[in-house]
Write a protein that binds this ligand. Structure first.
Ligand code: GRF
Length: 204
């Protein structure tokens, strides 16, 4: 059984999609803990409802990024996870932390990377006038929103869209692609070859 730890900062709808899919499809892999950097994260209550142990490592209590990351790493590693999943975890991580979890740290970003890394992706997509937008699941590397891409989902941008309507359309897709990607990575179905994520069965 592969062990998964999920990190959140807020609502936790992606976390919930993962927990729900894992339960429905009876995954071999198990979410063993949900950790938040904010004590008021809504997702903590949701995780508890699913019977998942939760913990808070409050980022506000750590003056420096490195000391927070060290405390977070210690809390994560108590569970000896095979995979660490960032699900709306609103922190920039130090390169030491990222390297410690190399190849087993996943993120979901609400844009079609490499377009719109960083924040406010939906507003930027609208302002730019792109016709298509979406979400990307990727491995986390030291550079923000740049690691090897595991999966993407595309949605149309409609003339009447607001930031909220576009965000909702993207989020619906996030809830489909993230659980699938988490399962594939946890169960060892994918490998990274020269920065590209390929299925193990491929001879490419
Ligand atoms: C999602 O849009 C995700 O792509 C981004 O932060 C948001 C988190 O939402 N990284 P939730 O907490 O999973 O509901």
């Amino acid at each position: 059984m592969k062990k998964i730890v999920i990190l959140i900062s807020g609502r936790g709808s992606n976390m919930e999609a993962i927990l729900e899919t894992a339960r429905r499809d009876q995954w071999d892999s198990r979410v063993v803990a949900v950790i938040s950097n904010r004590p008021d994260a809504k997702g903590l209550e949701t995780a508890a409802r699913y019977g998942i142990p939760t913990a808070v490592v409050p980022s506000r209590s750590y003056p420096e990024r490195a000391s927070f990351d060290a405390a977070l790493q210690q809390e994560i590693d108590r569970h000896a996870p095979d995979l660490v999943v960032l699900a709306g975890f609103m922190r920039i991580l130090t390169s030491g932390f990222v390297e410690h979890y190399a190849g087993r740290l996943l993120n979901i970003h609400p844009s079609l990377l490499p377009a719109f890394p960083g924040l406010d992706t939906h507003a930027r997509a609208l302002a730019t006038g792109v016709r298509f937008h979406g979400a990307t699941v990727h491995f986390v590397t030291a550079e923000l929103d740049v690691g090897p891409i595991v999966d993407q989902a595309v949605v149309p941008v409609l003339p009447e869209d607001t930031e909220e309507s576009l965000a909702a359309r993207v989020l619906e897709q996030e809830h489909i692609i993230y659980p699938r990607a988490v399962r594939d990575v946890a169960e060892g179905r994918l490998r990274i070859v020269q920065g590209r994520v390929l299925p193990y069965t491929s001879d490419r």
